[in-house]
Design a binder for this molecule. Structure first.
Ligand code: MOS
Length: 729
């Protein structure tokens, strides 16, 4: 089904099931331990062996020799496979680092061998006995040592609109500052894990992945086999955050080992391997220049960002939010990537927007201060109905409404107009605000629906649920379309034998995959009408019945002779109605800073999100609350510490890589404007999850400044960066 703009009325508008706060369909399975994650797939392939990866002990260098003799003779060890014995392995389309080093080590903890044994303990013992000799070579590990490309990467061309240099120089009020964001780790609960087995030339994997079809594409390239010969099964995923977009070393090593041993192999990356073996969000250095007239109208906006990566690796595209957020005639954006020999930098939790807004939205706070203008008002004055870079109108842009609603609901008028004005006991108390913007993108998605003989409905699609609620909103969509209760719908996800969906990435999964389900259900409705001799233009579906001009036929009766199956997908026009598609929001934060110790406590957070129709306010709220929590982590805690000599992230476990917990935030609130976007999809929804993190860290940093006057431009905002700004006790 082609999506025709604008959407017009359709059965989803009834909102009998969609738009309601249904509990997660997978909830009971998860609390009962019945939702099987990849590593728990014991029965699917009997006679499993255990694989353990050996990570490189140098950040950059050559492998001189791998002595596998002691490992091979360890009890229970079946095989020790190195890059030399693994056979030819390519890289996929999304990551640039190899899953298994052959001669050259590209980054610390890159796999150099995999040990396979009858038990996990035996495999671990074997791995400990692998002896590798390296020729350690000097690498570039610190962002300031990276040699930056002179040219923009293809994905982020330079933007020059008007005359930035003149516009900035002519502006009476200016900000020109450098901001830094650190390397960060996804730190998902479920480690990367795979069970792999071969049946002849056919490879089957039970793995933890966000986009099943990317896994097929990349495994086909890595192993030089047809995609048709691969099956991926991934029904439950314990968090991804961009770090499981497609297959990583666990999948490749398990498949290599299973082929070598002729038996199924199970392999999880041990926790300490996750950080350096896989990918992370790369550190950035950003220069933001804002020039405004005395009324606070932006004349010139300059945003430059530098990040590092392995050769060929992507840049962190921090200027993305700045292209579209504020008006301003003179604009200049630069994205540069330099070579670093750290582990690969890649997508994490709103790549581009999240780190970009960490810089831009502090700069806006600094500009507001210089203008002696309220930060909410400054943002309102620079609202624009047209994307200032592309010149396209926005499909929807409720940014001003988000700011005004949030200011009112958060009690913004209580904010001190200068730092240090609001004191409560030993604490300075401050309020901060930041804008949120994140692309509203869509991907063609398909599904198959089966009306079963008992009148229940089965939905099958390779969409994934990474803990987000996909099962539930897809079930709600199908129930709405066929006039069934949610309890009459079963949803099966994450299997490449099902029709191809968007997968989970870039906050596009919910809107795209429910639209694919919509398309399949629309086809099923037509088939049922044909079977009942009903007019599809007039027929209605409600209470498990097809209703046509007063005549009611039970769906169960239509399927009495055998299930009725329909498969279709949604196809989006790449031009998407010629509009700019973005989601908008506003984040508010209340922070208390102990005036003696500099300790920060975030007492209140509020997100106001304009993200189209909210398909399920409960799962959407959970998404945003989780995202806000991660934004708090970015503001106050999360940071991978680079060892500049050895080229590794030192704090590579959950004890030393600090993330927020419940006790770190006293109160979180989410408000959805819940409007319709007729140009986004038949669901009239948009993306919502990553909007929830975009801007959060700056709102926290701005609240800290408003509380105590500590303007910290280098994240995370830790006590030692705050203390020098505090008055002596
Ligand atoms: Mo998200 S980093 O687009 O999975």
């Amino acid at each position: 089904m082609k999506f025709e703009y604008p959407a017009g009325d359709n059965p989803i508008d009834r909102l009998e099931v969609v738009g309601r706060p249904s509990d997660r369909l997978d909830g009971p399975l998860k609390v009962a331990g019945q939702a099987r994650y990849a590593y728990e797939q014991h029965e699917v392939a009997p006679n499993q062996l255990y694989g353990v990866a050996v990570g490189a002990a140098v950040g950059y260098g050559r492998i001189l020799d791998i002595d596998t003799r002691q490992a091979s003779s360890a009890p229970g060890v079946e095989a020790v496979i190195t890059g030399r014995s693994a056979g030819q392995l390519d890289i996929g389309d999304f990551y640039v680092a190899s899953a298994l080093a052959v001669d050259q080590v590209e980054h610390y903890h890159q796999a150099v061998a995999v040990v396979v044994a009858g038990s996990l303990e035996q495999a671990r013992e074997g791995a400990a006995r692998v002896r590798v000799r390296y020729d350690r070579q000097p690498g570039a590990f610190v962002l300031k040592d990276a040699v930056f490309a002179a040219e923009a990467p293809e994905t982020s061309p330079d933007i020059d609109i008007g005359d930035f240099a003149r516009g900035f120089a002519d502006s009476p009020v200016r900000v020109d500052e450098i901001y830094e964001t650190p390397d960060q780790s996804h730190a998902m609960m479920e480690p990367h894990a795979t069970v792999a087995t071969w049946s002849g030339n056919r490879l089957i994997l039970w793995t933890s992945i966000q986009i099943v079809s990317w896994g097929l594409r990349d495994l086909a390239k890595i192993f030089a086999i047809p995609q048709e010969d691969i099956r991926i099964v991934s029904p439950y995923i314990g968090g991804g955050f961009g770090g499981k977009a497609t297959v990583l070393s666990d999948a490749v090593l398990a498949a290599v080992a299973a082929r070598h041993c002729g038996r199924p192999v199970k392999l999880a990356l041990e926790r300490h391997l996750q950080v350096n073996n896989t990918t992370h969000r790369p550190a950035t250095r950003q220069r933001v220049r804002l020039g405004a007239d005395r009324d606070g109208r932006l004349q010139a906006i300059g945003h430059e960002t530098w990040s590092g990566n392995l050769p060929g690796g992507a840049a962190e595209r921090s200027t993305i939010p700045t292209t579209s957020l504020y008006a301003g005639a003179h604009r200049m954006m630069r994205t540069r990537v330099g070579r670093l020999d750290l582990p690969e930098g890649n997508a994490m939790r709103a790549p581009g927007e999240a780190p970009g807004l960490m810089a831009l939205e502090i700069a806006m706070d600094e500009l507001a201060e210089r203008l002696e203008l309220d930060p909410v008002e400054l943002r309102l004055r620079n609202d624009t109905p047209v994307d200032p870079t592309s010149g396209k109108r926005f499909g929807t842009r409720r940014f001003a409404e988000c700011l005004r609603t949030g200011a009112e609901r958060f009690g913004w008028h209580k904010r001190g107009t200068r730092p240090g004005l609001v004191v409560d006991g030993d604490d300075f108390v401050g309020l901060g605000v930041a804008a949120a913007i994140r692309g509203n993108n869509v991907t063609n998605s398909a599904a198959r629906v089966r009306l079963r003989r008992d009148g229940s409905l089965l939905v099958e699609t390779d969409m994934t649920d990474i803990g987000t609620g996909s099962y539930t909103i897809i079930g709600q969509t199908a129930a709405e379309m066929l006039g069934l209760g949610l309890d009459r719908v079963e949803v099966r996800l994450g299997d490449s034998s099902f029709p191809r969906a968007s997968g989970s990435l870039g906050q596009r999964g919910a809107n795209s995959s429910t639209s694919g389900t919509y398309a399949a259900c629309q086809m099923l409705r037509e088939k049922l009408c044909a079977a009942a001799g009903a007019d599809p233009a007039r027929a209605d579906f409600a209470d498990g019945q097809l209703i046509d001009r007063g005549r009611r036929v039970a769906l169960r009766d239509l399927a009495a002779d055998g299930e009725i199956v329909a498969e279709d997908g949604i196809e989006f026009d790449p031009a998407r109605g010629g509009l700019a598609h973005q989601t908008f929001g506003a984040h508010f934060c209340e922070a208390r800073v102990d005036r003696i110790t500099g300790e920060v406590r975030v007492t209140r957070m509020l997100a106001v999100c304009a993200a189209g129709r909210i398909l399920n306010p409960k799962t959407a709220r959970s998404q945003v609350i989780g995202a806000m929590t991660m934004g708090l982590g970015a503001a106050l805690m999360e940071s991978l510490a680079v060892d500049p000599r050895l080229g590794l992230f030192v704090n590579h476990d959950l004890a030393s890589y600090e993330v927020p917990v419940h006790a770190d935030i006293l109160e979180q609130e989410v408000i959805f404007l819940d409007h319709l976007d007729e140009h986004s999809s038949p669901m009239k929804a948009q993306g919502v999850s990553e909007l929830g993190i975009s801007g959060v860290a700056a709102a926290v940093a701005n609240a800290i400044y408003n509380a105590c006057g500590a303007r910290v431009r280098s994240y995370p905002v830790t006590i030692e960066k705050i203390l020098p700004h505090l008055p002596l006790a």
